[in-house]
Design a protein around this ligand. Structure first.
Ligand code: NAD
Ligand code: IMJ
Length: 257
């Protein structure tokens, strides 16, 4: 008996076994949820297929979130195979590498567009297509954010602006989709060493800062994020929508230590 028995979820953003999206997927599966996955490009397909197979997932689809036709194709397949959708996890972000160092004021028009399109607009594009399959029963959309949306974090730069747009999109989507029974929330996760953190200069220092200065005096784990993902997916959070939940060892509340 799982809290998600009979539920169906689609997960956007698994790159490998260290992805936040994968940790949430495994947690949902452990509570009886059936899963579908998307991937971008042949390199990631090779990683996602065996992971999906390991938890019995059969629907694995290509989806570059900048491509409306691919997004449409994903939900056409979900409609054909499942006829409904209960849970959607959006765990996708991208900015050009050169925009994640140096000065934010040097961000190009193209770099700004890319970061905002992939990391913020994609939630809107996906929610729009998913809504017909998620309406009329209790359903939940979850995305991933970071504190750089509201505080200046060295090197996060244009991604901070994209996460601010993402968090505002969570509130506007929650307001629109609530009448359909669709909840929309974000998890603002503390730093975790995933592919998206690789090669970011100063990442180790940021992990140390959280460890030393957060109330819990440790960094968060994939398990911490996955547990909150399960909470937001399940009826345990039935009255909650439009919220940003911090899963960051409490780091965001501190001014001085
Ligand atoms: P990750 O690299 O495992 O996941 C990022 C995913 O984004 C990848 O699967 C990648 O394929 C996908 N992606 C990028 N461009 C895409 C596109 N055009 N179309 C479709 N998918 C695309 O890293 P992660 O840390 O698990 O990141 C997942 C989410 O968590 C991101 O939104 C990230 O901003 C957020 N987050 C990460 C941390 C951290 O410290 N790792 C902290 C807070 C929030
Ligand atoms: C990313 C860059 C700079 C500082 C950062 C991060 N800090 C944290 C992250 C402090 C925690 C990770 N994070 C929260 C992200 O959202 C990462 C997004 C990201 C990472 C890359 C790396 C490779 C690349 N483009 C990217 N685009 C977005 O080419």
């Amino acid at each position: 008996m799982g809290i998600l028995d009979g539920k169906k979820a689609i997960i956007f953003g698994v790159a490998n076994e260290k992805s936040i999206a994968w940790a949430i997927a495994e947690k949902l599966h452990s509570e009886g949820c059936e899963l579908a996955f998307t991937f971008v490009g042949p390199a990631l397909e090779k990683r996602v297929r065996p992971l999906a197979a390991s938890i019995g997932a059969e629907i694995i689809l290509p989806c570059d979130v900048t491509n409306d036709e691919e997004i449409h194709g994903v939900f056409r397949t979900i409609s054909d195979k499942w006829g409904k959708l209960d849970i959607l996890v959006h765990s996708v972000a991208f900015a050009n590498k050169e925009d994640l160092k140096g000065r934010f004021s040097d961000t190009s028009r193209e770099g700004f567009k890319t970061a905002l399109e992939v990391s913020a607009y994609s939630l809107v594009a996906i929610a729009k297509e998913a809504a017909p399959l998620m309406e009329g029963h209790e359903s939940s959309i979850i995305t991933l954010s970071y504190l750089g949306s509201e505080r200046v974090v060295k090197n996060y730069n244009v991604m901070g602006v994209a996460k601010a747009a993402l968090e505002a999109s969570v509130r506007y989507l929650a307001a629109d989709l609530g009448r359909l029974g669709i909840r929309v929330n974000a998890i603002s996760a503390g730093p975790i060493k995933t592919l998206a953190a690789m090669g970011i200069s100063g990442f180790g220092e940021i992990l140390n800062t959280v460890k030393e200065n957060s109330p819990l005096k440790r960094n968060v784990t994939l398990e911490d994020i996955a547990r909150t993902g399960l909470y937001l997916s399940s009826p345990l959070s039935s009255g909650m929508t439009g919220e940003i939940l911090y899963v960051d060892s409490g780091y965001n509340i501190m001014a001085t230590t």
